[in-house]
Write a protein that binds this ligand. Structure first.
Ligand code: NDP
Length: 447
């Protein structure tokens, strides 16, 4: 089947899965060239096999809340591809979770993991359970019920889950604890674990730090210094906060953050003390970003129900909340005020229209599968440390992370550089990620 025919066919077969179709379409349209240059791919119907997950588990998760009521949520694991390594990808707990979102994330993860240079396939899982507003005991009971159903499908060489939206160290700890009890083994299986039981140093920081390292590589191609640059961030979770930590360390100004209730804009940039407050607010008190303005009324303005892009003056945007959070109008607003780079911490935060705008403006634009690959890369390093029963120093892990982000940048440049020197990171990342998985699939036969 031809590449474009596959998209039409998937659209017909999965009409209620818009995010999945969006992700597939973006990749397929950008890899047509290498695909057409390898006619054997079409003969083996490779694209269609690569777009459809190997398998999907879906199940009911029943648990008891603090009032003694029985609650039911849906649970899923999408094992997309293990062509180049064991299935690997995060778990998302959020009320919006459905199969379309998890299929898009697992598909993206396959290419991202291929880019990292480590041996990891692609997967994603999750539930429409939201930890927001739940007590620790409720979250624990939910995690235990989720793993009671999933544990037979995962393992250190089979499928290795990690965190994502709504799943941080607390949730990974509860899930790994239950897995360990049922499997009766201590072999890792989850990444993002606590330091005391096999977690890697720098894993919590890795996605945010990695995104900044990727940004530095992009800026270097144009001889631009990060120091003093105004950076707009969305989100205030794991990825957003560690992006801010690294940016402040490098002398950039962080001029916005957000959560699903609204955004804060800080015209003079966050101070170290204010960032410490946000880290404590989000990680310890699980508070809301609007509380920042109660604490620092002169430093920031809160925009309820709004994303930051229209309200903030910035040089660089680093969307780090969720998918489709920058639409065409947001992109035009950012470009109108002269944004020079967009580096995606979140997965697919820009709509197809926004991506088109960024590419047409020829700014430095890095899609999530390249820019946010630092998280899964350090997860890969956690797996390596667990296998060796060793733990590496923070410096060692950080150094490896920097190198991996530089290698991903080199691959994007190799496959995405156009004749006038412009680097199309979308084409570069998709092609580099695709070629490795495609060659592995060809070599392994029809499975
Ligand atoms: P967290 O749960 O730690 O934080 C998510 C942040 O985004 C919160 O501030 C949350 O606000 C906000 N948010 C979530 N959903 C929405 C929404 N629908 N609209 C507006 N804001 C929203 O998640 P992470 O930081 O881990 O993940 C953020 C993004 O980064 C996701 O796209 C994820 O897939 C991606 N990513 C994460 C990696 C990781 O290592 N954690 C690795 C690679 C990518 P609220 O608190 O109100 O929900």
């Amino acid at each position: 089947m031809k590449a474009v025919e596959v998209i039409d066919d998937l659209r017909r077969r999965f009409p209620h899965e818009p995010e999945y179709i969006q992700a597939v379409e973006e990749v397929i349209t950008s890899i047509e060239e290498p695909y057409n240059a390898n006619p054997e791919f079409e003969r083996y119907n490779l694209i269609e096999r690569l777009c459809i997950p190997d398998r999907i588990f879906s199940f009911r998760v029943s648990w008891v809340d603090d009032q003694g009521r029985v609650r039911n949520n849906m649970g899923y694991r999408v094992q997309h591809s293990n062509a180049i390594g064991p299935y690997k990808g995060g778990v998302r707990f959020h009320s919006s979770v459905n199969l379309s979102i998890l299929k898009f994330l697992a598909f993206e993860q396959t290419f991202k993991n291929s880019l990292t240079t480590l041996a990891m396939g692609g997967a994603k899982g999750g539930s429409d359970f939201s930890p927001r507003g739940k007590s620790d005991m409720e979250v624990m009971r939910f995690c235990q019920a989720f793993i009671t159903e999933l544990w037979r499908q995962i393992g250190p060489d089979t499928d290795v889950p990690a965190g994502d939206i709504g799943v941080g160290g607390r949730e990974v700890g509860y899930m790994y604890g239950m897995y360990k009890k049922l499997a009766r083994e201590f072999t890792g299986t989850f990444t993002g674990k606590g330091r005391e039981f096999g977690g890697s140093l720098i894993r919590p920081e890795a996605t945010g730090f990695g995104n900044v390292y990727f940004l530095l590589n992009m800026l270097a191609t144009r001889g631009i210094d990060i120091k003093g640059k105004r950076v707009a961030i969305s989100g205030s979770g794991n990825v957003a906060t560690y992006t801010a930590v690294k940016l402040l360390e490098l002398g950039a100004k962080v001029v916005s953050m957000s959560d699903s209730d609204g955004s804060i804009v800080i015209p003079d940039g966050l101070t170290h003390e204010q960032l410490e407050y946000i880290l404590e607010l989000k990680n310890i008190y699980r508070g809301r970003i609007r509380e920042f303005v109660d604490n620092y009324p002169d430093a920031a303005t809160y925009y309820p129900g709004e994303r930051p892009w229209y309200h903030v003056k910035c040089d660089i945007a680093m969307p780090s909340a969720t998918q489709n959070e920058i639409d065409g109008d947001d992109a035009r607003a950012l470009l109108a005020q002269g944004v020079i780079a967009v580096s995606e911490g979140a997965n697919m935060p820009s709509t197809p229209e926004a991506v088109k705008e960024f590419l047409a403006a020829r700014i430095l634009y890095a899609p999530g599968k390249a820019a946010n690959a630092g998280g899964v890369s350090v997860s890969g390093l956690e797996m390596a440390q667990n296998s060796q029963k060793m733990s590496w120093t923070a410096e060692e892990v950080d150094q490896r992370l920097k190198q991996i982000m530089a290698d991903i940048h080199t691959q994007c440049e190799l496959y995405g550089k156009e004749s006038d020197g412009f680097i199309n990171y979308v084409k570069g990342a998709n092609t580099a990620g695709f070629m490795k998985v495609a060659r592995a699939m060809m070599a392994q036969g029809i499975l």
